[in-house]
Every structure is written in C-alpha cells, then in structure tokens.
Design a binder for this molecule. Sequence first.
Ligand SMILES: [Zn+2]
Length: 57
Amino acid sequence: MSSEEIVLDKKALAQKYRLYYKICRNCGARNPPNAVKCRWCHSKNLRWKKRQRGFKK
Ligand SMILES: [Zn+2]
C-alpha cells in the first residue's frame, strides 16, 4: 500500500465536495451534497451549486 494513493483519493474527494454543494434558497447557507434539509433553517428548499473546474484566462 502506498500512501500516495490515499492522498490522491482524498484530494479527489475534496475536489468533488468543493465542486458540488447545496445552497439554501431560504437563508443562503452552504450545505453538504448529501443534505436533504438546510442545517440552519431546516428548509428543504435547496438548490445544487456546481462549480466549473479550472479558471478562465
Ligand atoms: Zn437555510
């Protein structure tokens, strides 16, 4: 087992979580991708936030 693989895996996971998360339409809080309800106001009015990879030059 190499520790490099684990680091890469964690990186990929972190990237995924950075790219996809849910925004509450009610209070605007950021919620984890697996959230069903907003953790702050318990509203179910969540929308997906997708970030594009890379930057515009
Ligand atoms: Zn909320």
